[in-house]
Design a protein around this ligand. Structure first.
Ligand code: GLU
Length: 444
């Protein structure tokens, strides 16, 4: 059986780290198994779905490297859902109900006050044909509920292990609203069947849905797919991320300069037994992905970890990958420059500072001009890879300065900064003339 999974985002907002983690788990699982990844735009809610959000989802997924093999819009598949609904109606599994929201709320309050679970009482099932006709004559339009079996629905979850949901403790879910709109539950199942989806991978918040949806799969005469429900994300403080997800959109993270591979490595590895380290590529992340590594505790999302991984991604980036991006920032000063600068980058754009340091002019930071004058006299004629080591030794012998007291004044004068790339690699890039100028306190 070849694996086929789907990511089914609703285009009602921007993608954030929570839904991208779901997309990623689907993609990695599929690719790790040589399977297929389907993008299914869950746009049955025509009022809230927008083309802009849909385009944004595609842009974000492509940028992250989560390319899809097939793509669908649920809004173009209504006749298929309608046909499935008719089948369920014919079986008596989908029944019309006429209660208004106020009526339902009132009944729920009564149930709660009596200490009963607030489950829909199925009053609509007891309506006679005449009663239904009377309600419709009054202008009431039905919504449609799926009649649950009320049993223990079991599955072997790839993350949670043997799982069950007691559908007797749930209200019969509304599948079609009174205005004819299909809610998510039925289209999702119909498409999973129609598209031969083998595994449904999604957040733990869908566990209860899974109970109802397995009943719908079976009512439609289909075998349900496998399921994996991933624990939700929490912030570094242990609080649920759900309220903060708005500020963790992928488009914002892209603007902040995070690397796609840092984001995917981070999201692939939090909440698993893997070390939180940068991956080398998406296929490599896919090959290493397994639900058996995923714990059941919430996964801790800490931006500090992402920043660390982002730096790792840049430190490992080769010149060929960096070159066009350096050029776009007018900072392509060659391979040696990239190798010197990359170890000092938190974000790619930080490289602009080091290009300026190499190119000049910069304003040297001078504290002790006499010391710098002595150092200038000792500067080797040829500034090659060994120059810094030899020079520092000579300055040390002459002035007695050592450690930070030796390196820091030289670094600050030559770069204008108190941190930065390794001096041995920077000096040949800057060149003797500019070094001498800066040692004299000149902008060079
Ligand atoms: N549109 C649903 C969601 O984003 C899809 C859930 C599913 O994967 O079945 O929650």
């Amino acid at each position: 059986m070849s694996v086929k999974v789907r990511f089914a985002p609703s285009p009602t907002g921007r993608l954030h780290v929570g839904n991208v983690r779901t997309a990623l788990a689907n993609w990695l699982f599929a690719k790790g198994q040589g399977g297929k990844f389907v993008l299914r735009i869950d746009d049955t809610d025509l009022e809230r779905s927008t083309k802009d959000f849909e385009d944004g989802i595609e842009t974000d997924l492509k940028w992250l490297g989560l390319e899809w093999d097939e793509r669908y819009n649920q809004s173009q598949r209504f006749p298929i859902y309608q046909a499935a609904a008719e089948r369920l109606k014919a079986m008596g599994r989908l029944y019309p109900a006429y209660e208004t929201q106020e009526e339902l709320d009132r009944r729920r309050k009564v149930q709660l006050s009596r200490g009963q679970p607030p489950i829909y009482d199925r009053a609509a099932l007891k309506l006679t044909k005449e009663e239904r006709e009377k309600l419709e004559a009054e202008g009431r339009r039905p919504h449609w509920r799926f009649r649950l079996d009320g049993r223990r629905v079991k599955w072997d979850d790839l993350v949670r292990g043997p799982s069950e949901v007691d559908t007797a403790s749930m209200s019969d879910p509304v599948l079609i609203r009174e205005d004819g709109l299909f809610l998510y539950t039925l289209p999702s199942v119909v498409d999973d069947v129609d598209m031969d989806i083998t595994h449904v991978i999604r957040g733990e918040d869908h566990v209860t849905n899974t109970g109802a949806q397995i009943e719908i799969f079976q009512a439609l005469g289909a075998r349900e797919p496998g399921f994996a429900h991933m624990p939700l994300l929490v912030g570094a403080d242990g609080e649920a991320l759900s309220k903060r997800l708005g500020s963790l959109s992928i488009s914002e993270m892209r603007e902040q300069g995070f690397e796609p591979l840092a984001i995917t490595s981070h999201l692939a590895k939090i909440g698993t037994s893997d070390n939180l380290e940068i991956g080398t590529s998406m296929p490599e992340l896919g090959a290493g992905f397994s639900f058996s590594k995923m714990g059941r505790a919430p996964a801790r999302y800490d931006t500090a970890d992402l920043e660390r991984l982002n730096a790792q991604a840049l430190h490992a980036m080769d010149y060929a990958a960096a070159k066009p991006r350096l050029a776009a920032l007018d900072a392509d000063l060659g391979e040696a420059f990239w190798h010197s600068a990359r170890a000092n980058l938190g974000k790619f754009a930080d490289v602009v500072l080091w290009a300026k340091v190499v190119r000049g002019p910069i304003t040297p930071a001078v504290e002790d001009q006499a010391f710098l004058d002595q150092a200038a006299e000792l500067l080797p004629e040829t500034i090659d890879a060994g120059a810094w080591g030899a020079w520092a030794e000579a300055v040390k012998a002459k002035t007695g300065a050592k450690g930070k007291g030796l390196f820091m004044p030289l670094r600050k004068a030559i770069t204008g900064e108190d941190h930065g790339p390794d001096m041995a690699s920077l000096l040949p890039l800057i060149g003797r003339e500019k070094i001498l100028g800066r040692l004299k306190g000149q902008a060079a």
